[in-house]
Design a protein around this ligand. Sequence first.
Ligand code: NAD
Length: 358
Amino acid sequence: MNVKIVLLPGDGIGPEVVTEAVKVLNAICDMYGHKFEYTERPIGGVAIDIAGTALPDETLQACQSADAVLLGAVGGPKWSDPSAAVRPEQGLLGIREGLGLYANLRPVRVYDELADSSSLKTETISGVDLLVVRELTGGIYFGKRQEGSETAYDTMIYSNAEVQRIAHVAFKAAMKRRKKVASIDKANVLASSRLWRRVVEGVAVDYPEVTLEHMLVDSAAMKLIRYPAEFDVIVTANMFGDILTDEASMLSGSLGMLPSASLGDGKAGMYEPVHGSAPDIAGKALANPIGAIMSAAMLLRTSLGLDQEAKTVEWAVEDVLSRGYRTADIAKPEDRHVGTSEMGNLVVKAMQRRKDAK
Ligand code: NAD
């Protein structure tokens, strides 16, 4: 299989974790006979330094003709002035828009081995395995707004078509999981949420095997902390998803563990760890590369249809954790402490062991 992958390492720990994810993808090529062709392009702060913009045209064009994009992270203190006209996160927004990526998928899984690194009780988070599907290109972040000295407003607009397409993503994902969808809104107050609810009900008819539950966002925020293991797929609007995904990310204990995918109508998608550029640990070999490695596994499965290969990566990550290897963010004194690159090497070795055992 010949595949074009664009790498956008970005800033801070971005390049460090992308290097480890590429190590894993290269091992997949060696093991299964695929050929991945990589093109590396600047985005975020590093692109501002080189080209004066967070998303140079060549970066977007390369992504538009790729089978998949793997991103590290953008941002850092050097470019953090919120009033600056050019800011690193414009790179992310521009690429989502440029590639039509309207669905953001964030799986959150609590590994048994790491259950005690969460700030919640082990019995509360044991067995958590959920997927948040967040609408990414509509809603209040994109509606008309006005800011005056006395008043200001933002508008939350959703169309039938926008809700339908994100709902289909969620129901399709649920069909491959435990067949439960929680649709989260604020239908007791917001008109856009009442439309959201109606449209999701309509889409649910196409998936009779899936159980649909509607939940108000305030109650969902509480349940996510109290009974997180009860959730399977969550589907929600842009702003609610923004907040709930950060809340859900803390179930796992470290931001460094979590992957994400942003998808549009085609197969091409953008894959990135959930964490940011972590300037406090950049360049110190302390970054946990598992979020980036698991993003590579999502890339294999979702954009390339390589399910077996994705499973090999996931199995290897679990194997390395079960043997007690930990980067600093998830380590206790009795664990085997490893750096960023060593963790990548261990995952590759575990993948090879699995292949040899077959
Ligand atoms: P952050 O995710 O970068 O870091 C939060 C904390 O988690 C830090 O203590 C960091 O050391 C730790 N951490 C994050 N990833 C880790 C990993 N892989 N291994 C070990 N520890 C890890 O969030 P922040 O500090 O709020 O933001 C830093 C910069 O990143 C800002 O400029 C922000 O705008 C940017 N940011 C970018 C993205 C993105 O590119 N998608 C997302 C969030 C924040």
